[in-house]
Design a protein around this ligand. Sequence first.
Ligand code: FES
Ligand code: FES
Length: 166
Amino acid sequence: MRIKFVFNGREIEVETHPGRRLIDLLRADLGLTGTKEGCGEGECGACTVLVDGKPRLSCLTAAIQAEGREVLTIEGLRENGGLHPIQRAFVETAGVQCGFCTPGFIMATYALLKENPDPTPEEVRAWLSGNLCRCTGYQQIVEAVLLAAKYLRGDALRVTRNEKTP
Ligand code: FES
Ligand code: FES
């Protein structure tokens, strides 16, 4: 069967079947491997993507559920060929270590900051409680989300490691 949906801002039509998982459609059929598969059982959040703006575990979502919807993955966040402010914030706070969990955290953060542009650390922890990270101890991730929120609100200058101050 063929399904049509908006994928990272572009309408596409693909062949799939009812037993196919969304994560397999994204990674294997469409070749975009930014979305990660950790547990494959709905426990780790590594496979989080946005469907109509809401976080969804793509390992537990049927590909056919994308029909007529908007699907956004980490690859869709690129801004003018560069990193999205949320990605920059994760890099700058060392919220990325091995990086396996990062796309899931970033997509969940994107949804959080759309809904709540100025979350408290407790709200960040609660929202991200379904995403697991083995490396960071979570504190840097909370810092990354709070910094990203500042960037998106325009409250902080963007600074990257390679930018030189005049
Ligand atoms: S891979 Fe989907 S929740 Fe772990
Ligand atoms: S950075 Fe390694 S699992 Fe989170």
